[in-house]
Design a protein around this ligand. Structure first.
Ligand SMILES: [Zn+2]
Ligand SMILES: [Zn+2]
Length: 261
């Protein structure tokens, strides 16, 4: 029998401007897949300086619509699915505190960390760009670790989004620090199914070797950008095979932490 995915906490929505489908369609797809829990975690609305508008996240003024959408879904599916309201959040040191204040003043069950950029996206570096620069790897690991230390995150998404193409020993040294920070703060790492869907540079073999040998917890995350992603046949099977191969400790539910200031 095909193994079933019972929970997914990494789900986007139309509000981020690069995902398709209504929230209800995601919820229905989760039910059809046999899931018991679905967490919406769209790209967080960041309070950026005047005049800068991010192209891949909801605007702050759209947040109330996103919340209303997810809460409506929660009610409509109450007898079939446990629905959580969350956000995928980058740790941009300059703006992080204001962001968390805004999220917790509104409504937020949990946040997951996806460090798509270091520093921030208007004068920082995209993490997924191939680089041999140890400085960039170090900065990514420093900022991810600092973010985890806040204790606010329920999971670290695609931890190996940083695409370091230099020597393995250097990668190993820094990523060991990242894995240790995750273990210390009891933050599960994600096996990202979107990376498997698009044959991206993650999940990464060396990273899984490191994390597997240190005994970190792993959760499978769909990173859904369309409702159909919640039927992750091939990718889910591959993720289970990777977990087996690298001796990863898999968990199937997250302990969601409600962020507070
Ligand atoms: Zn992401
Ligand atoms: Zn995502």
């Amino acid at each position: 029998m095909e193994p079933l995915i019972t929970a997914n906490y990494h789900t986007h929505s139309k509000y981020c401007k690069h995902a398709d489908g209504e929230s209800e369609e995601y919820a229905q797809a989760a039910v059809d897949s046999g899931m018991k829990e679905l967490g919406f975690s769209d790209h967080t609305p960041y309070p950026f300086p005047e005049g800068y508008y991010s192209s891949f996240r909801m605007y702050p003024k759209e947040m109330k619509d996103y919340i209303a959408d997810v809460l409506r879904c929660r009610e409509a599916f109450a007898d079939k699915l446990e629905i959580h309201l969350g956000y995928e959040v980058e740790y941009y040191p300059r703006h992080f505190e204001a962001l968390i204040k805004g999220l917790t003043a509104a409504e937020c069950d949990y946040i997951i960390l996806g460090q798509h950029f270091t520093n921030n996206e208007y004068d920082g570096e995209y993490s997924g760009e191939g680089t041999e620069d140890e400085g960039k790897l170090k900065l990514y690991v420093d900022q991810v670790s600092e973010a985890l230390e806040t204790g606010l995150f329920s999971c670290l998404c695609h931890p190996e989004l940083i695409h370091f193409t230099g020597p393995d020993e250097i990668y190993k040294e820094h990523m060991t620090r990242l894995v240790k920070a995750a273990i210390k703060t009891e933050t599960p790492l994600e096996i990202n199914l979107r990376g498997l869907k698009f044959r991206s540079h993650y999940p990464d073999a060396l990273f899984m070797q490191i994390a597997g040998s240190l005994g970190a917890d792993f959760i499978i995350g769909v990173d859904a950008h369309e409702p159909g992603d919640l039927h992750p046949g091939r990718e889910y099977k591959e993720a289970l095979e990777l977990a087996e191969k690298y001796g990863l400790h898999l968990i199937d539910r997250l302990k969601l932490k409600k962020p507070a200031v």
